[in-house]
Write a protein that binds this ligand. Structure first.
Ligand SMILES: *Cc1c(COP(=O)(O)O)cnc(C)c1O
Length: 393
């Protein structure tokens, strides 16, 4: 009998707690504490992390910042994105992707998702490009790659830069290259839920010397050098602390092994779930040679479960000891978007007609359907033994 009806749960043990801590984390953190060099201007841990992460990613430059949102804001500042610009984004993403566009007083233009992969549909991007389009901002949602070949082709035809939101895609790959290094710039988040965790944290990757300098300066109040008093541009203080740098260096020691385990478990779970009517795992593009599986995503069809609603299915799974989430709801329906567009600063830039036209153009039926059908398992369910996958299935 199902646990929700009074039966014995499939599983009583909790899944891996997160983060996973070792003695090296404690040592590294205490070293920073005792050194009294807590700011990157005074220490060298953030710098060491930047060198290590750039090498791990195969990129020329890495700029560490306070968090993933700051990484996106900084990247767009480096690209000169501002009022009047349109930025192409997927609707199926964390709100930070959209907020980073809005904070520059640019318009996020939502391009519907590919129903098979849940990623932005690269085939639909071109139809949304206007004279105002200034940037393509694909997200590698769940940690699996968006169709970068398709995206780069459109970008090339229209001479547009590409910023990869790789916040969920630590160690993810496209045709053997690391996600975040294939567009002009790529962003990571090291927030507590993410696959590499320093509580808060972020990084920007690029192979472009000029963009790297702009990012480095912007996140350091426009300064020419780390502790200097010469200014090259405007900016903000979005610096990473030495504590974060130290934690990232020690957390890195487990990253590859954890990534391999998630990948193996996820592949095995997919082989099991494929056999279950009503469950359809998100497909990976052929070019996605590695997913970080930050989220394991699938579609739930009540028809395969005698009409049981998704909400009830999630409750039943939780009762069995298998926690899942219904994921994102349609971002463009959030009241904050409309109130932001109607705010005084936006009014100063955009005519009423332009905003009305902009809102009229939003058409993402595939996303709306996905938001009603999707279920996620978080990355922490994939860090245990293979038998955990049998229990989930
Ligand atoms: C987590 C996340 C961000 C923001 O990162 P923070 O570190 O929380 O600021 C941006 N985009 C996506 C897709 C994310 O998952």
């Amino acid at each position: 009998m199902p646990a929700i009806l009074g039966g014995t749960p499939v599983r009583r043990d909790r899944f891996a707690s997160w983060p996973i801590l070792g003695e090296n984390d404690e040592r590294g953190w205490l070293e920073v504490l005792r050194s009294k060099k807590w700011c990157r201007i005074d220490g060298h841990r953030v710098e060491r992390f930047e060198e290590t992460w750039a090498r791990t990613m195969g990129a020329k430059h890495c700029v560490a910042v306070a968090n993933g949102t700051s990484a996106l804001i900084t990247s767009m500042a480096a690209l000169g994105i501002g009022p009047g610009d349109e930025v192409i984004v997927p609707p199926y993403t964390f709100v930070a992707t959209i907020n980073a566009v809005l904070i520059h007083h640019a318009l996020p233009v939502f391009v519907d998702i590919d129903p098979e992969t849940f990623q932005i549909d690269a085939r639909r991007i071109e139809a949304s490009i206007t004279r105002e389009t200034a940037l393509l901002l694909p997200v590698h949602i769940g940690g699996s790659a968006a169709d970068l070949d398709g995206i780069l082709q459109v970008a090339g035809r229209h001479k547009l830069p590409v910023l990869e939101d790789a916040c969920q895609a630590v160690l993810g790959e496209w045709k053997g290259r690391k996600l975040s290094t294939i567009g002009d710039l790529g962003c990571f988040s090291f927030q507590a839920s993410k696959n590499l965790n320093s509580g808060e944290g972020g990084a920007i990757l690029t192979n472009d010397d000029r963009l790297a300098n702009e990012c480095r300066s912007f996140q350091n109040n426009g300064r020419a050098t780390v502790g200097g008093l010469n200014y090259t541009r405007n900016g903000a203080n979005l610096r990473m602390t030495e504590f974060q740098g130290a934690l990232l260096m020690t957390q890195l020691s487990r990253l590859e092994e954890q990534a391999r385990r998630r990948e193996q478990n996820a592949a095995y779970l997919t082989s099991l779930l494929r056999e279950i009517p009503g469950i359809t795992p998100a497909r990976l593009y052929d070019g996605c040679t590695r997913s970080s599986y930050h989220l394991y995503m699938f579609r739930y069809d009540p028809a395969g479960f005698g009409g049981l609603s998704r909400a009830r299915f999630l409750e039943a799974m939780a009762a069995e000891g298998i926690p899942g989430s219904a994921g994102y709801s349609p971002l463009y329906r959030e009241p904050f978007l409309k109130s932001t567009l109607e705010s005084r600063p936006f009014r100063a830039v955009y005519s009423r007609k332009r905003i009305a036209d902009y809102l009229d153009r939003i058409h993402c039926p595939a996303n709306d359907q996905l938001c009603e059908q999707a279920i996620w398992f978080f990355q922490t369910l994939f860090l245990g033994p293979r038998s955990d996958m049998d229990q989930i299935a």
